[in-house]
Design a protein around this ligand. Structure first.
Ligand code: 5GP
Length: 177
């Protein structure tokens, strides 16, 4: 029995996940023909998605990582976001695609779009693997999205519960949730 089976139920299995990522890759490849594309992955959660998505895009792209942490007042995010790891290269003139694991309240993405937009890229678009629209507090335009999910706490494929479960190859829900 795998280590997680006692605690986690499958929500989106590996095959479904990978098939959708290949579709997103095809779409992004079409949209960014002839453009200087930089993927900006948000750590740590988007790292698994970022690497699979990058492999599914047939373009000479570059990628960067950015780390952010949100302040929480109780269980709810306050919308105050702190940069814990900044980009190493300027974005001036680049077509930036922000790659995120999940958009929940949207507050983190709102902050990121303002922050990245101020660096004078040629364009900024958003790609998220998951969206929980029932929790949205601010409206964020999502250009590419993998799956819309209900309001459950999900883990796996980069998403953590107390830093654990990121290495599951699928999206799961905690049985206790
Ligand atoms: P937002 O600012 O949109 O509320 O929060 C986005 C961040 O909250 C995500 O990048 C992720 O780190 C965290 N988050 C939101 N929902 C979940 C969830 O269901 N599971 C996990 N593991 N993290 C979540």
């Amino acid at each position: 029995m795998a280590f997680y089976e006692r605690d986690v139920d499958t929500m989106i299995d590996t095959d479904t996940l990978q098939a959708r990522i290949r579709e997103l890759g095809v779409e992004i490849t079409k949209d960014y023909q002839g453009k200087d594309l930089t993927l900006v992955g948000i750590m740590k959660g988007s790292v698994f998605f970022l690497t699979d998505l990058a492999k599914a895009i047939d373009l000479p792209l570059t990628f960067e990582l950015m780390g952010v942490s949100s302040y929480h007042g109780g269980t709810e995010t306050t919308g105050e976001v702190r940069i814990t790891h900044d980009l190493t290269k300027p974005l001036h003139g680049k077509h930036v695609l922000v790659v995120e694991d999940i958009i929940d309240t949207g507050l983190t993405m709102k902050f990121l779009l303002e922050n990245l937009g101020a660096r004078h890229p040629a364009s900024v678009k958003v790609c998220t693997l998951l969206e929980k629209p029932s929790r949205a507090k601010v409206k964020v335009a999502i250009d590419y999205k993998g799956f819309v999910i209900e309001d459950r706490f999900v883990v796996g494929y980069g998403l953590d519960w107390g830093e654990k479960y990121r290495n599951l190859p699928f999206i799961g829900v905690m049985k206790a949730d």
